[in-house]
Ligand binder design. Structure first.
Ligand code: FAD
Length: 390
C-alpha cells in the first residue's frame, strides 16, 4: 500500500531541508523530503553562501536580518555547525551609485542594520585588501559573513530527521497527483506517495512539475560562473566580502587563501539546468581575474584554482515565489530565489512552516505571492542591473 504523509516537500536543497526541518521541529505531522539525487546536489552546493542584509526594500532587509541572526546562533537555534564566519561586507561604487547606495544604506539603518556609508579613505581600515582607486561611494556592513552551504543544508536535513522527518534520496518526482481540485500526493520514478500538502522547493525544476497542472511558474535557468583564485603569500586568513557595483562583481573569501570572484550583474541568457557548462571558459577566467584584481590588487598575482558555474532560478523581478499556488488546495511553492536565496533559507523554512500549519501568511511574505506577476505588483529592486543585489 502507498505510504501516506501529512507533508511532502520536493527538493533536498537548502530550502527544502529548511522547510522540512521547521515542519518537523513543530511536530506538524509526518514530513517527507524527496530529493532526486543526493541532499544538496543542486544550486545550493555551488553557492557563494554570502549572508548580508544589503537589500533595497524593507521586507527583504528584515528577512535577511532575521536569517543572519539564526546563522550567527545556528548551533543553539537549529543545531550543528553551518560554518558561518563574520567577515564584514564592503560595497563600493562610483558616482553612478549616488542615488542607490546612500538610499539603500539609509533604508537598512532604519531597519536596524549595522551598516554605514564610509569615506573611500576608510576602506584601508575596514577592508585593507581592497583598493579605493576610483571609488567615490562606499558602505560597510560589519555583521555580514559567509557560511558553508553544504554543511548548512545537511544540518537542516539531519535535524529534520532527528525530529522525525523521513528523507528519500534518489527519488525524482515525476508528477504531482490531484483529485477534485486538491493535491493528493506525488508519483516518483519508483512509487506513489500520498499527502494532502505538497511543497515545490525544487528550484528551477519546480516549473516542469507545476506545468502539467496548468500553472506557469515564471522561472528561467541562468548559468553563473565563479572563479577561485589562490592569493599570493603564506597561510592566509579571511577578508571582507566585497561587492563592486562599477564592475558588477563580488569577491568572497574561502578557506585556504582562496578568493571566489563572481558576477552580480543579471545574466539574461537561459541555460538548460541539466546540461550546462560547469567549468569556466578562458574568457570568463580572464574577465573575473582582471576585474577581481582591479578591486583587490593582490589578486593580480593570484593563481587560478579552477571554479565552477551554478544555476540561478530567475523570476522576472529576481525575487522568489512563496506561498500557495492557485487552482489546487494543498499546493505550495518556495522557488525562484534568483541567485540570492541561500542567506534567506532559515526564515523561508520558518515562514513556510507557519503558513502550512496555521494557514496564516506572515506579513513580510505577502509581497512574494505568485499572483504578483499577473497583478502588476512585481518587486522593483533599486539596482536595476543586478537582481541579486535586490
Ligand atoms: C554561483 C552561485 C552563487 C550564489 N551565491 C549566493 C550567495 O552568495 N548568497 C545567497 O544568499 N545565495 C547565493 N546563491 C543562490 C542560492 O545558492 C540559491 O538561491 C539557493 O541555494 C537555492 O536553494 P534551493 O533549495 O531552492 O535549490 P537547490 O539547491 O537547487 O535544491 C533543489 C533540489 O531539488 C532537487 N530536484 C529537482 N527536481 C526534482 C524532482 N523532480 N524530484 C525531487 N527532487 C528534485 C534538485 O536535485 C535539488 O537538489 C548563489 C547561487 C549560485 C549558483
Amino acid at each position: 500500500m502507498a505510504e501516506t504523509f501529512d507533508y511532502i516537500v520536493i527538493g533536498g536543497g537548502v530550502m527544502g531541508a529548511s522547510i522540512a526541518y521547521h515542519l518537523s521541529q513543530q511536530k506538524a505531522g509526518r514530513v517527507l523530503l524527496l530529493e532526486r539525487q543526493a541532499i544538496c546536489s543542486g544550486t545550493t552546493a555551488r553557492s557563494g553562501a554570502i549572508v548580508r542584509q544589503h537589500y533595497s526594500n524593507d521586507f527583504s532587509i528584515r528577512m535577511a536580518k532575521e536569517s543572519l541572526h539564526i546563522f550567527q546562533h545556528f548551533d543553539e537555534v537549529i543545531g550543528g555547525d553551518c560554518g558561518f564566519t563574520t567577515t564584514g561586507l564592503l560595497v563600493v561604487s562610483d558616482e553612478t551609485g549616488e542615488e542607490t547606495l546612500p538610499a539603500n544604506v539609509a533604508l537598512q539603518q532604519a531597519q536596524g542594520v549595522n551598516t554605514a556609508l564610509i569615506a573611500p579613505s576608510d576602506i584601508a581600515e575596514v577592508a585593507p585588501e581592497y583598493s579605493s582607486d576610483g571609488v567615490t561611494l562606499a558602505c560597510y556592513e560589519a555583521d555580514a559573513g559567509v557560511a558553508d552551504p553544504t554543511a548548512t543544508t545537511y544540518c537542516f536535513a539531519q535535524r529534520a530527521q532527528d525530529h522525525g522527518a523521513t528523507i528519500y534520496e534518489q527519488q525524482a518526482v515525476v508528477r504531482i497527483l490531484t483529485q477534485n481540485g486538491r493535491v493528493v500526493g506525488v508519483e516518483t520514478e519508483q512509487e506513489t506517495l500520498h499527502a494532502p500538502v505538497v511543497v515545490l522547493a525544487a528550484n528551477v525544476w519546480s516549473a516542469a512539475l507545476a506545468q502539467p497542472l496548468g500553472i506557469a511558474l515564471p522561472l528561467t535557468a541562468t548559468r553563473h560562473p565563479m572563479l577561485a583564485l589562490r592569493r599570493p603569500g603564506g597561510r592566509q586568513g579571511i577578508h571582507a566580502v566585497g561587492f563592486d557595483v562599477r564592475y558588477g562583481i563580488y569577491l568572497r573569501p574561502d578557506l585556504g587563501g582562496v578568493t571566489l570572484v563572481g558576477a552580480t550583474d543579471n545574466i539574461l541568457t537561459a541555460s538548460d539546468p541539466d546540461q550546462y557548462r560547469q567549468e569556466l571558459t578562458e574568457e570568463e577566467r580572464h574577465f573575473f581575474h582582471q576585474r577581481g584584481a582591479a578591486c583587490m590588487p593582490e589578486l593580480s598575482r593570484a593563481v587560478p584554482r579552477g571554479g565552477w558555474a551554478g544555476i540561478y532560478d530567475d523570476t522576472p523581478d529576481y525575487h522568489p515565489i512563496l506561498g500557495a499556488l492557485p487552482g489546487y488546495e494543498g499546493l505550495f511553492c518556495a522557488a525562484g530565489f534568483s541567485g540570492h536565496g541561500f542567506k534567506l533559507s532559515p526564515i523561508i523554512g520558518r515562514w513556510m512552516a507557519q503558513l502550512l500549519t496555521t494557514g496564516q501568511t506572515p506579513e513580510d511574505m505577502r509581497p512574494f505571492a505568485y499572483e504578483r506577476f499577473a497583478h502588476g505588483q512585481e518587486i522593483r529592486p533599486r539596482y536595476s542591473s543586478s537582481g541579486v543585489l535586490g
